[in-house]
Design a protein around this ligand. Structure first.
Ligand code: MLT
Length: 311
């Protein structure tokens, strides 16, 4: 009987699917690398979210491991090149949390444009800051979406009806343009200079270098906003903080950080930044869908050799 380790907390739907498929499953969360190294030789499959870092050391010790499944989209916590060298399959669950992430990006847009966190905090304190809270509307504005995968597409669909122009920067859009008549393909520089809201929904660069730095921020409209619900290293945090302080842009809303969990960050306490702790995908619905997807995919691979959503 194949054996699977679930090493991050996730919906118990995953466990139930493995059990139904007669796959032995252990749920052991919060383990250190050393603790995982000790037990990993027992397992054929491993399921993670983002907390477990599946390192080279773990893979070296994993004598029976054939498949690593990520309940989510990003696989930056898995050493994919080493997995490939060792013929281990890495799978993710693309699209499983796309709606949740796009809705959170939209919530961030509304929060920062309408200053909701400040309004909430001060109203709770009885401060009645009405004169100091003037929002910005979406109507007639330009939204720039960097990356047009499941999340970028969903966000573009969510804002239909808000009377916005949508510019997209995506290499793959040209060939599938007819499916998305509501957006226009544009260069990254066009997005930087023309957008009122610039929202990132792409992968981080392979070399980890930020896509958006001070040079770009200097070219943005002073009334514009940055939204990042993708990965922390896509936008240079120091440059973003300076841009907010120098009035190069009006505000930012950020769900992801260069170092997570973010216990310290240059953006902390910047009044122009709305921050959330990497929760864009954290909804009841999405956590069930990604757990179902990853457990079904791993079961299908271990029982039938079927490879779905491999990296
Ligand atoms: C993802 O990569 O799916 C999201 O960032 C959410 C998560 O970390 O699970």
């Amino acid at each position: 009987m194949p054996k699977v380790l679930i090493s991050d907390s996730m919906s118990n739907v995953a466990q139930k699917i493995f059990e139904k498929n007669n796959i032995s499953v252990d749920v052991k969360t919060g383990l250190s690398e050393e603790e995982i190294i000790k037990i990993i030789p027992d397992y054929d499959g491993m399921v993670v979210r983002s907390a477990t870092k599946v390192t080279k050391n773990i893979m070296e010790a994993a004598k029976n491991l054939k498949v690593i499944g990520r309940a989510g989209a990003g696989v930056d916590n898995i050493d994919v090149p080493t997995a490939k060298e060792k013929n281990m399959i890495v799978m993710n669950t693309p699209g499983g949390n796309a709606n949740a992430t796009a809705e959170h990006a939209f919530a961030l847009i509304m929060s920062v444009l309408r200053k909701i966190p400040f309004a909430n905090e001060t109203t709770h304190k009885g401060q009645w800051e009405k004169k100091n809270i003037k929002g910005t509307e979406l109507s007639k504005k330009t939204l720039g979406i960097v990356g047009f995968g499941n999340v970028g597409v969903r966000l573009s669909n969510l804002v239909k009806g808000f009377d916005m122009k949508i510019l997209v920067n995506s290499k793959s859009l040209e060939s599938r343009k007819s499916e998305y008549p509501h957006v226009e393909n544009a260069s990254f520089d066009d997005l930087v200079t023309k957008c009122d809201i610039l929202s990132f929904h792409c992968k981080a660069a392979a070399d980890g270098k930020p896509l958006l730095t001070k040079d770009h921020l200097k070219k943005m409209k002073p009334t514009s906003y940055i939204i990042n619900a993708a990965r922390g290293n896509i936008v240079d945090e120091n440059d973003l903080n300076e841009a907010l302080n120098e009035g190069l842009i009006a505000g930012a809303a950020v769900d992801v950080f260069s170092k997570e969990p973010a216990k310290e960050n240059v953006l902390f306490n910047n009044p122009k930044a709305v921050l959330t702790p990497h929760v864009a995908a954290s909804t009841t619905e999405a956590s069930i869908v990604v757990a179902e997807m990853v457990a079904n995919q791993i079961s299908d691979f271990l029982l039938n050799g079927k490879k779905i959503n491999t990296i």
